[in-house]
Each structure stands twice: as C-alpha cells, then as structure tokens.
Ligand binder design. Structure first.
Ligand SMILES: Nc1nc2c(c(=O)[nH]1)N[C@H]1C(S)=C(S)[C@@H](COP(=O)(O)OP(=O)(O)OC[C@H]3O[C@@H](n4cnc5c(=O)[nH]c(N)nc54)[C@H](O)[C@@H]3O)O[C@H]1N2
Ligand SMILES: Nc1nc2c(c(=O)[nH]1)N[C@H]1C(S)=C(S)[C@@H](COP(=O)(O)OP(=O)(O)OC[C@H]3O[C@@H](n4cnc5c(=O)[nH]c(N)nc54)[C@H](O)[C@@H]3O)O[C@H]1N2
Ligand SMILES: [Mo]
Length: 747
C-alpha cells in the first residue's frame, strides 16, 4: 500500500524469495491463492529458508510451514508491537538503517514499549513466549522477507496493517535487499496494472493526486483543454474529491443523507465492468440499491452474479464483454513487471472487447473525439492515419505516467521480453545476450528507454541507472516538526546525499548540467509534471540521482488520523472487554462520499451477546472471486460444488450440529444464510470460516430462475457477504470481511 513509502505494490519479486532465510507469511494463503508463488516459497524452503505462518485459520500454507501460530483476527498490529518490544529491548534492531533512512521511528519505539509480549499475547491469543521466539528468530535471520495479502487489508485497520509490516522490516534492516522486503501477493490477473491505471476513486493514473496540477498534466497529454475536463464535473471541488468506492456506492443510492457528499444528488445509474459485485460486503444493501436505480448495465463475459439478485424487471442490461483470451495489451504482474499479452482468438459471438464498448459509450455521450485525440496524435507521429489498439494506448501511458516511471515500457520492449522468456534468469530476472542490463518485464520504475527496470525497491547501494533507488520524497522536504525528509545516504555516482525530487527549479543545484536549449525544453516542469520530453529525468539519471528524490520513509504519517499504526479492536469484536482500551475510530463523514459509522456502531451494544461467534472468510483453490467464472466451468464447479461453513467440533457439539447438517448463520445486519456445516479443527472454538466464492442463493432461496436461459452456473450457494458485518477501512474503505460476528442455529 501507498503510505509508508509512497507507492503501491510488492517491493521485491516472487523468485527473489530464493535469497530469503526466513519467510514470514501473515494474512496470506499462497498454497491456495497463489500456487505459483507457493512453488517459489517451497523451493526457498528446500534451500533452507524457514517458513512461518500467522493466521487465525490453519490454512494449506500453514500445513506446509515450519511454524504455525494462530492469531485472533484483526490483531496483527498488536503482534508486531509485541515483537518490536522484544526486538528493541534486546537491541536486535538496525539502528543505522533507522537513523539514516526512516523518519519518526522514535514514535514507533514509544508505542512498542506499551506492548509487552504479555500484553500482545492477551490481545492476539499467541502466547508471550511464542511472540518472543518469533521476534528473535526473525531478527536474527538475515535477510527475512514478509508476505501479506487480504488477511491484513480487509479490516477497519487494514491500511494501518499495511504500514506496520514495512515498519517491522525497516526495524530489521530488511528493506532494499534481495531476499528481504514486503511481498504483497496481489489478487486478480493485472490488479497491479489496474491500480497503476487508477482503478481507485481517489487518484489519476500513476497515483497522481486529484489536484489541479495533475489534471492539467493529463489534459496536456490527452490533448484536451483543462477547462473542458473541468466542464465534465459539477464543479472544481467535485473534480478534486474522491468518488464513491466499490464498497460505498450503495449508500449513495439508498441513504438520502449522502446526497450532500455527491454534489447534492443521489446515484441514479450504475455501470459495472469487470467486477463481480456479490464480493462486496452487505450484499442485501447492494440488492436494495440496485433495485432502486433507474438504470443498471453489466459489461461482463458472464452473467454478472449481482444481476441475478435483482428483482428489477426493466432497465437492466447485460453487455457481453470479450475475455482476456480475446484481447491483448500490457498487463502488470504482482511484482510491477509489465508483460505483453497476445490475443489467442477473436471475440466469439456478439462479445466485444471492453474498450470497444467504452468507445461506443463515449460516442453516444458525445466525447469520442476528445477521448481518442491523443491516440490519433501518436499514430500521426508515426506516419499513420489510424491508431493501433492497444499499442498506441501503451505508448500514451509511457508518455503521461511519469510519477512511477513507466517511460521505459514501450510496446516494442515489452513484446521483445515476452517473446524471449528464455533470455532472462529465473531467479534474478536479469536478461542475457541482447537483454543484458534489463530485468524481465521492466518492473517500474523504468525511467527511460535505457533504464533496466527496478526488481527490488529502495536498494540505495546500486546506481539508479542499474535499478537502485531511495525512498520517495513526496510530502515536502521537511516534516511539520522541521526535520529533514532526506536520506542521510548518498546513491552511488551521485554527488549529494538525500535530495528532493528533481525539477527544473532545482536541477542545477542538484548538480545536473543543462544547456540553454534543454532548460527551455523543461521549463516549469518536475520529473512527473508538465512536459512532453524525458530530458530532465535522463539528466538526473546521468547525475546518479533518483528522479523522485532520495528521501526517508515515513513511520509517522502526519496527515492521517492514526499517525502511527495503532491497534484498534474490530468493529464487531469477539473481545468486547478490550474495546474500552482499544476503541475503533470515530465515525467518518464523507468517506468516499458516504457517511460511515465506526464508534457509534461499535458502541451500539455488546454485539457478542446476540452474535457470539467470530466469522472469518477466505478462498478455495478451484474458484475465483465471486466464482462467477469458475462455477460456470463444469469441472471446477465439481471440485467445490457447495457452499460450506467450517465449525470447530466442540462448538458444533454445543450447537447440536453434526457434520453435513444445514445451519442458519445469522449476521449482525439482520440477514441470514443457509449453509452446510463442515466440522473442522482448522478454526478455533470461537470462530467459523466461510469461502467467499459462492453466490446464487439468497437467505435460503435459490436465484437460479433469474439467469437468462442457458447461462446458469453449475454450482450456486449462499454468498459470504450476505452475512458479513458492517465495517470499512478508515482510509481505503475496504470492507472488514476478515472478521465480523455471527450466530449459528441448526436449520
Ligand atoms: N483460487 C483462488 N485464487 C485466488 C483468488 C480466488 O478467489 N481463488 N482470489 C485472488 C484475489 S482477488 C486475491 S486478493 C488473493 C487473496 O489471497 P489471500 O489473501 O491469500 O486470500 P484469503 O484466503 O482471502 O486470506 C488469506 C488468509 O488470511 C487469513 N486471515 C484472515 N484474517 C486474518 C487476520 O486478521 N490476520 C491474519 N494474520 N490473517 C488473517 C485467512 O484465514 C486466510 O488464510 O487471492 C487471489 N487468488
Ligand atoms: N467475505 C469476503 N468478501 C470478499 C473477499 C474475502 O476474502 N471475503 N475478498 C475480496 C477481494 S480481495 C476481491 S478482489 C473481491 C473479488 O473480486 P471480484 O472482482 O468481485 O471477483 P470476480 O468474481 O473475479 O469478478 C470478476 C468479474 O469480471 C468478469 N470478467 C472477467 N474478465 C473480464 C473482462 O475481460 N472484461 C470484463 N468486462 N469483465 C470480465 C467476470 O466474469 C466476473 O464477473 O472479493 C472481495 N470480497
Ligand atoms: Mo482481491
């Protein structure tokens, strides 16, 4: 996640784990969800790495680990502070790294001192001696890597989780090293690429902010007037405010009070492209919202599974999209490597590629010409009349997206990599022969046509031109308390130590030599904003400088509510006795345009009285996401054909439930689901586990008759999100679907 370092994504890459001595897997289950990564992890294990899994559920990855420690869900921050307490008390932290490269680490030390291993044990459920053991083992393994995924993010404190993990790695001096880093195994195919391309409602492509300067930058690249872009919005304030999130749009349809956050209007139409909506929590509210909308459009190769939950009889459209086999283009892997994907076949039947459908929308809305203008300009520059999709679109992003360094990723280079897999080392990603000096897929930042890509983030011991870098300087040159945000270290070949991001204004003071023509060509620009050439960046690279600066990582994020990560109990906590000491956040108005409850919901009542069981959710290897695609594949549907709920045998006995019985699971929102019980020791006695991969049943009723003829999935089941609890991350609004409360009764 973005906020400790300023970038989203994995710091190292999957094969790099071969260099690890210790692999700490916290909130991820790669054996099921990332089987290819799991192969690398197992190879590293064979080479001597220790595998340690922290998970509330005894996962298939845990079964392959050297050590498994069961944690209570939603308490990872307390665990890390408990570990840091032991690490700091025993002088096992990397003081030089912290001193030279981390701002605000003293605040972390202060907080860690509050978490004796005994206190951390009380919160997490992991015994104090085990916490000491993990801390000591990990600190002594050089280097150790850390892997996480959704077990950390789907919480009210999700973004704090994603900050405490890199902080731990910085205390251990494991950042910027082969075999170290934070390796976030990402979700969907090309999910890295979609976040790079602004699938989030609060950024522009390349994580540019919504500020006027960014809009002006893109207006220039898109060949449109800034005023024209502005005219598409109600006003400038709306142009610069985050939109609704995937998790909050429903509140903009059903709760009038949210209109005020949305320029005074409620949402009236919804277009869904490439997401299965039953995967979002509070499904019954999405259904309610959908039925209230005037127009709903699904663009999907399958019947989107939310469509069958609707009772609408008109104005609901299914537009068949082509699949990834029927389209081509650049896609980003979990490690920021871009790859070229070739089309396997032309779209079947009446399916159309996503961009064709969107171009048609633009035509009917009356802005197709503006949408495609820059593509025509790129074609013209190449002596062509027509643009070529998707090559020219990739070229457009190499010209516009400079913040994260996509300049070097020309379609030509990406295609050459894809056609020559055998020319790259499988462990280091380094190219051979004609690809010498390039890394496979040019993992960003790839600053220029000659830059090799950056396989490992924040390695300041190699020159920038060979893939080195410092931390980004993104929040000013000094902190609010007046400390320098520059690294104390000097990048190889650079003449100065830590420095600000490179701009026309400071270039010469940083030792960059420019001719008067060059000065003119870059006038008023920075490394990321406001020009159409790469001169400034190339000159910075020549001078050994990192275009976005050589800064300190921020352990203290002064513009966030929690300036350092703090343990806060889940909104619906199974430990109400801890809520007074570790309460959740205050309610948050206008959070992605919806007024979201925190404290008022947590303190409404003792939820455990009515809902005494903690509910976990995860995934199955044979199904993907909502299961829309995989449950429509006969053989995959066969592997897991039914929704189930794992219940501890002792709890089952208490509930008078036998293996295979049907149970009613009641959620805190007043809904229920009819699910088959599976007795299992994989959960603890107070928790149950459900897969998130089913839909098609609604509170005991089949929705099969809602599918258009011949399109029904082979397997259907209750959706985990019909019974998930209310709760959203305080910064990203990601639903809290990794813990919540429920009650179980035999059906
Ligand atoms: N076969 C298959 N593969 C997939 C997917 C799929 O649906 N099916 N989905 C893809 C997508 S979109 C994603 S994002 C990834 C997700 O990949 P993962 O994050 O690995 O997926 P999950 O199984 O949801 O959760 C991981 C683990 O987190 C644990 N966990 C839950 N709560 C906590 C907690 O509070 N603390 C800790 N430490 N652990 C916790 C869960 O018990 C689970 O074992 O998988 C991708 N790969
Ligand atoms: N309870 C609970 N809920 C969860 C989670 C959890 O762990 N527990 N995990 C969460 C996570 S991490 C995720 S990512 C989501 C799952 O994320 P979703 O995006 O909801 O999952 P998918 O089912 O993969 O949905 C993809 C949709 O896109 C369609 N599609 C595939 N290819 C194309 C294409 O080329 N073009 C178009 N237009 N459409 C295409 C598919 O048919 C499908 O309908 O679930 C989230 N919800
Ligand atoms: Mo995901």
């Amino acid at each position: 996640m973005a906020n400790t370092f300023g970038f989203g994504g994995m710091s190292n890459h999957i094969a790099d784990m071969m260099f690890s001595k210790y692999i700490f897997i916290i909130g991820a289950n790669p054996a099921v969800n990332h089987p290819v990564s799991m192969v690398h992890i197992l190879r590293a294990k064979e080479a001597g790495a220790k595998i340690v899994v922290i998970d509330p559920h005894f996962s298939k990855t845990a079964a392959k680990a050297d050590e498994y420690h069961r944690i209570r869900s939603g308490t990872d921050i307390a665990l890390v502070y408990g570990m840091l307490h032991h690490i700091i008390s025993n002088d096992l932290h990397d003081k030089k790294f912290l001193e030279e490269r981390v701002y605000g680490y003293e605040e972390i030390i202060k907080e860690a001192m509050k978490y004796t291993p005994e206190e951390a044990a009380n919160i997490t459920g992991i015994p104090a001696d085990e916490i000491r053991h993990i801390a000591e083992d990990m600190a002594k393994a050089k280097p150790a890597t850390l892997i996480w995924n959704q077990g950390l993010t789907q919480h009210t404190v999700g973004t704090s989780n994603t900050r405490i993990m890199p902080i731990l790695q910085m205390f251990l001096g494991n950042m910027g090293k082969n075999g170290g880093g934070v390796n976030i195994l990402r979700g969907h195919d090309n999910v890295q690429g979609s976040s790079d391309m602004a699938a989030n409602p609060d950024v522009l492509p390349g994580y540019y902010s919504l500020a006027e300067s960014s809009w002006r930058h893109f207006a220039k690249h898109w060949q449109v007037e800034y005023e024209w872009l502005l005219s598409r919005f109600k006003d400038k304030k709306m142009m610069e405010s985050p939109g609704f999130a995937h998790s909050t749009w429903k509140f903009g349809v059903i709760d009038e009070e949210n209109a005020a956050n949305n320029g005074g209007t409620m949402i009236r139409a919804l277009v869904v492209i490439g997401t299965g909506m039953t995967s979002v929590s509070l499904l019954e509210l999405q259904k309610k919202a959908m039925d209230k909308l005037e127009l709903v459009v699904f663009i999907d190769p399958y019947v989107n599974d939310l469509a069958i939950y609707s009772d609408k009889t008109d104005n609901i459209f299914l537009l068949p999209a082509a699949s990834q086999m029927e389209s081509s283009g650049s896609v980003a892997a979990t490690n920021r490597s871009y790859q070229w994907r070739s089309k396997v076949m032309e779209p079947l039947f009446e399916c159309r590629e996503d961009q064709e459908i969107l171009f048609d929308f633009a035509k009917r809305f009356g802005f197709l010409e503006e949408l495609q203008r820059s593509l025509y300009k790129i074609a013209q520059a190449d002596g062509r009349k027509e643009f070529i999709w998707p090559e020219d679109a990739t070229t457009e992003l190499t010209q516009a997206v400079r913040s994260i360094g996509l300049q070097g990723m020309s379609p030509k280079r990406l295609k050459a990599h894809q056609e020559n897999w055998h020319m790259f080392d499988k462990v280091t990603l380094a190219g051979k022969g004609e690809f010498e000096g390039e890394y496979y897929g040019l993992p960003w930042p790839c600053w220029s046509d000659k830059h090799p890509g950056t396989p490992v983030f924040y390695n300041d011991s190699i020159p920038v031109m060979k893939g080195g870098m410092g931390f980004r300087v993104n929040w000013g040159d000094t902190s609010p308390d007046g400390q320098s945000m520059f690294s104390a270290r000097t990048l190889p070949n650079a003449k100065i130590a830590g420095h600000s991001f490179v701009s026309a204004a400071n270039a010469e003071s940083l030792g960059i030599k420019l001719t008067s023509e060059e000065k003119k060509a870059i006038e008023g620009s920075t490394f990321a904003l406001g020009y159409g050439n790469n001169i400034l960046v190339e000159k910075a690279l020549e001078a050994g400088l990192c275009p976005y600066g050589n800064g300190k990582a921020r352990a203290v994020v002064w513009n966030w509510y929690d300036k350092i990560p703090l343990h806060r109990e889940p909104l619906h906590s199974i430990r109400p006795d801890l809520v007074a000491k570790y309460p959740t956040f205050p309610d948050k108005p206008n959070h992605y345009r919806a007024n979201i409850k925190y404290q008022s919901r947590q303190s409404e009542k003792d939820w455990t009285k009515e809902f005494p069981i903690n509910m976990l959710s995860g995934r199955l290897v044979s199904h993907m996401g909502t299961g829309t695609e995989t449950r429509s594949a006969k053989y995959l549907a066969e592997v897991h054909s039914e929704m189930f709920i794992e219940i501890h045998p002792e709890k089952a006995k208490e509930l008078n439930v036998k293996d295979g019985d049907m149970v009613w699971v009641y959620g805190t929102m007043g809904t229920r689901a009819l699910i088959k019980a599976k007795l299992s020791y994989r959960v603890d006695v107070n928790s149950v586990w459900v897969p998130q991969n089913f839909s098609g049943m609604e509170q005991g009723q089949s929705r099969l008759d809602k599918y258009p003829e011949g399109t029904a999935a082979y397997a259907i089941g209750e959706s985990a999100n019909m019974i998930s609890s209310y709760g959203f991350d305080y910064n990203s609004a990601c639903p809290e679907t990794k813990c919540g409360l429920c009650r179980i009764e035999k059906a």
